[in-house]
Ligand binder design. Structure first.
Ligand code: XMP
Length: 522
């Protein structure tokens, strides 16, 4: 039987990140809701369980909880953040509101370097904290294994019962030695052998898709981006020509991108797919006229997509109906849309939240779209893409959001503003390539601020837009840092953009990391 570690979800934003770190230790990992019954959980025979963080306070009646028997079951358990407080609360410790809540990078002192999870972790290290409650008193039988200035029980353990708890987040990269701690937990505490491999994802998923879809037909929204490309190839591996891909060109693509997508996926391209391109730019611009609110823009773009896509599906269904709609939703899309169990809505990704009613009622699609990449992060999607033999240049394309330049043009979206953004973006990318800047580890693009300001060009006054250049380095798109682009490259871009793109008289470089910013502007 396959060894597995189970992540029990208490509503935190990082549950997939925890699962992914466990997968990185070559241990298979599944996420289950905290509502799962203990007997069902035990029947899965987990080698270990990790309790996630969450936004609640353990002592409130409505908060997610779990029976105290879990902690007597003899299964190794690691509680993280809320999970650590729950462990303390349920085993006789005290949890209270911390006099000083901690958020962000925090110095951590390891008090017990002989702890299995802290062996070879530095005595003075850094961790990522995000909490208002804390463990005020460790339960009997537990020893305190780490502390911070404001958190007396930053980690505790009861090795006899194989119970471990950390107040901080070992799963995020801001805890530099966190992966080491998780590795110690799954390998040394849980005793996993660590021989599971990511490539079994493709194999298992193709098999599952084949079983689920049978002889039905599937329609996929293809944008040409990494996610939908990998989803298309996975599906085509599973069901061949039962798959039809529709590319809705909303006029908000990067410069020349619509034609490039068609060149790759169309009849003369790299894949043997049923591919259809729909040019809908005029419709999008007319509906976006006068709209400035970011969420409203996203909603309009998403709704129009459904409308255009639906109309196409209707036309195509004359040749026999479609049962399923498929899309390349990946995990960060799910979290940021607040669909991941009680999280906050950061921005509504157009492809999250189930199929719209009209597609189900009018067109007979199954309510639940097929989303084979829903549990993966971008770099895992890329890995799956490479394993299926998708060319590297497609796998490592700059990610591009579904709503396109609609979320890179701040404020109202007009054809002219889109033209400015496209041209500036093309110059920026061209210069980055010329200078040999490594763009593979993040996202580099131009956006358009909604700011116009006074300048002087030639001898005349200008009153034009400011272009924003943005470059971020990220591995999982959940957090990101501004990229260090050589000054000379930025200067060349500034000069070229102002000289060559009509309507621009200033160029900014965006230094904001995520958080507090997001990668896109809206
Ligand atoms: P943010 O701006 O949320 O971006 O920090 C994180 C990653 O997601 C992409 N993104 C989207 N992708 N539909 C998508 O398919 C969307 O609505 C959307 N919004 C952002 C963004 O480009 C980045 O890679």
């Amino acid at each position: 039987m396959q060894e597995k570690v189970i992540v029990l979800d208490f509503g935190g934003q990082y549950k997939q990140l925890i699962a992914r770190r466990v997968r990185e230790c070559n241990v298979y990992c599944e996420i289950h809701p905290h509502s799962i019954d203990l007997d069902v959980l035990k029947a899965m025979n987990p080698k270990g369980i990790i309790l996630t963080g969450g936004p609640n306070s353990v002592y409130e009646a409505e908060s997610p909880t779990y029976t105290a028997e879990l902690f007597e079951a003899g299964i190794p358990i690691l509680g993280i953040c809320y999970g650590s407080q729950l462990m303390a609360y349920k085993t006789g410790g005290q949890v209270a509101t911390a006099p000083t809540s901690e958020y962000g990078h925090t110095d951590l002192v390891i008090d017990a370097q002989d702890s299995l999870i802290f062996s070879d972790v530095n005595e003075n290290t850094t961790c990522w904290m995000s909490h208002t409650d804390y463990i005020a008193k460790a339960p009997e039988g537990f020893r305190i294994t780490a502390h911070t200035e404001n958190c007396p029980v930053a980690a505790m353990e009861n090795p006899e019962k194989k119970l471990y708890a950390v107040q901080f987040h070992p799963e995020v990269l801001h805890t530099p030695e966190g992966t080491k701690m998780l590795r110690h937990f799954v390998l040394d505490v849980c005793g996993c052998s660590g021989d599971w491999k990511m490539d079994s994802f493709v194999e298992t998923t193709v098999k599952e898709l084949r079983e689920k879809i049978g002889s039905d037909r599937v329609l996929l929204g293809l944008s040409g981006g990494v996610d939908s490309t990998v989803a298309a190839v996975l599906l085509s591996k599973a069901i061949g020509k039962q798959l039809t891909c529709v590319f809705v060109d909303h006029g908000l693509m990067r410069k020349d991108e619509g034609d490039e997508v068609e060149a790759v996926f169309g009849p003369n391209g790299n894949f043997d797919l049923n591919f259809i391109r729909v040019n809908a730019g005029d419709l999008y611009f007319s509906r976006l006229a006068g709209v400035t609110d970011p969420e409203q823009k996203r909603k309009i773009i998403g709704e129009l997509f459904v409308k255009v896509f639906g109309a196409e599906a209707k036309k195509l269904s004359d040749q026999g109906g479609f049962r399923y709609m498929a899309q390349g939703t990946i995990y960060p899309d799910v979290v940021e849309s607040g669909a991941g169990n009680g999280g906050a809505v950061i921005k509504s990704h157009h492809n999250v939240g189930g199929l719209p009613k009209e597609m189900v009622v009018d067109l007979g699609f199954d309510e639940t779209p097929i989303e084979p990449l829903r549990s993966l992060f971008k770099d895992e999607v890329r890995q799956a893409g490479l394993e299926m033999g998708i060319p590297r240049e497609l796998v490592f394309r700059q990610p591009f959001p579904g709503p396109g330049l609609g979320v890179r043009v701040v404020g109202e979206v007009t054809p002219d503003k889109v033209r400015i953004t496209q041209e500036a973006d093309a110059i920026f990318r061209e210069e980055l390539e010329k200078a040999g800047v490594d763009t593979g580890k993040g996202q580099f693009f131009a956006a358009l601020s909604n700011m116009r300001s006074v300048g002087v060009m030639g001898d005349g006054r200008t009153y034009d837009y400011a272009v924003v250049l943005r470059g971020v380095i990220t591995s999982d798109f959940m957090t990101a840092e501004a990229a260090e682009i050589p000054w000379s490259v930025l200067q060349t871009c500034m000069t070229r953009i102002i000289n060559e793109v009509k309507g621009v008289n200033r160029v900014f470089y965006d230094l904001t990391s995520k958080p507090p910013g997001t990668i896109e502007m809206e």
